[in-house]
Design a binder for this molecule. Structure first.
Ligand code: HEM
Length: 340
């Protein structure tokens, strides 16, 4: 069991990142409402590819929960039945959770693949939890941590559903993102605890403290970023073109933009300290690359009116940055424990 545990935990981590990427792509392409219902999609396990499949069809066999679009409204089959020649109200209930009734196959399939990846990541987390029982004698905490990850994944799935029901309320999207960071953090703790080839950092209290501060700054910057994104969502939903999305930004945007200088400066200092004192924190190189591309994508969004893909890149890089920094903190923390 132990042999497969680390592999399974790593696969789960990669899948969680893929889900974050897919979620960001869903938003970029505006596919969030591609499936109006949840967990099924238009009442199907495999969604339709053609609008025709969603129109009322005489003599067609409908199953309970199946959805059709009629007069720009969604209707849900009450029971299994075979349709007569006419649309009969008694067979259908109006879908009332929202009034979004558009079918766009690309949106539907982008959202559907996002959900499939979510399900795969969930399964990987459950498998990891089951395998964690191999550690029940010596490292019981792995069982608890793997279980918390499963609970958080279920919470994310539930939140995904409420996000659909509330037509993508920005507040819920932000919670969704912060919960994703928590999942990543716990999964990294799990992986780090069982890895045997961890390379120790050279102990340096000042470096470790600044490293922790830099992680906290990144988290603050991510929270500020989600606020900027909420503003962008509100403006873009009015149908305004990209050029107007940040024409009158909130003060939080300016704080977010300037804050990145602080984040960059503190990490550049850590990088400098690491090279000067040979502390073995080689992952700082990745932190610097990720930060550079993060800032470039932010600049591109603001000064070049959100070129295609930059929103997705910005969010995915932010979560990768968090992951690498969190891992570095784990390395410094365990090395401190060894010294005590
Ligand atoms: C340390 C560097 C940075 C980090 C970690 C960071 C992180 C984030 C995060 C996590 C979001 C929320 C994404 C979402 O919820 O979809 C965001 C949004 C945003 N950030 Fe940054 N950011 C950084 C630097 C910058 C810079 C330098 C700029 C501009 C000059 C910028 C402009 C924006 C904009 C315009 C949004 C809204 C994006 C959207 O609507 O999808 N960011 N940022």
């Amino acid at each position: 069991m132990q042999k497969y545990f680390l592999k399974s935990a790593k696969i789960a981590l990669v899948l969680v990142y893929l889900v974050i990427f897919a979620g960001a792509f869903v938003r970029l392409t505006g596919s969030g409402m591609g499936c109006p219902d949840w967990p099924k999609c238009f009442g199907y396990y495999i969604p339709p590819t053609d609008q025709k499949e969603l129109l009322f069809t005489p003599s067609k066999e409908y199953t309970k929960g199946q959805v059709i679009i009629k007069e720009e409204a969604l209707w849900v089959a009450k029971e299994d039945f075979v349709a007569t020649d006419r649309f009969e109200n008694s067979n259908w209930t109006a879908y009332e959770k929202h009034d979004y009734a558009i079918f766009n196959p690309i949106h539907t399939w982008v959202e559907y693949i996002n959900r499939l990846l979510g399900a795969l990541a969930g399964i990987a987390c459950i498998v990891t939890f089951v395998l964690s029982f191999g550690y029940r004698k010596h490292q019981k905490n792995l069982i608890y941590l793997s279980f918390i990850v499963c609970v958080l994944m279920a919470f994310q799935a539930w939140l995904g559903k409420t996000v659909v029901d509330s037509v993508l309320s920005p507040y819920k999207i932000t919670t969704h993102m912060l919960a994703a960071l928590l999942i990543l953090a716990i999964q990294l703790v799990v992986i780090y605890s069982v890895k045997t080839n961890n390379k120790p950092l050279v102990f340096n209290t000042k470096f470790n403290t600044i490293l922790l501060v830099s992680l906290v700054l990144t988290i603050i910057q991510i929270v500020l970023g989600t606020d900027v994104r909420e503003h962008v969502d509100i403006v873009s939903k009015t149908g305004a073109p990209e050029i107007m999305w940040l024409q009158n930004p909130t003060v939080i945007f300016y704080i977010h933009r300037s804050f990145s200088i602080l984040v960059l400066a503190i990490n550049a200092f850590l990088f400098y300290m690491n090279s000067k004192l040979n502390l073995n924190a080689s992952k700082l190189k990745w932190v610097m690359y990720l930060l550079a591309f993060e800032i470039i994508s932010g600049i591109a969004m603001y000064y070049f009116d959100f070129p295609f893909g930059t929103q997705t890149i910005h969010i995915v890089l932010a979560t990768l940055l968090f992951g690498v920094q969190f891992y570095l903190v784990l390395e410094s923390y365990s090395q401190r424990k060894k010294q005590l």
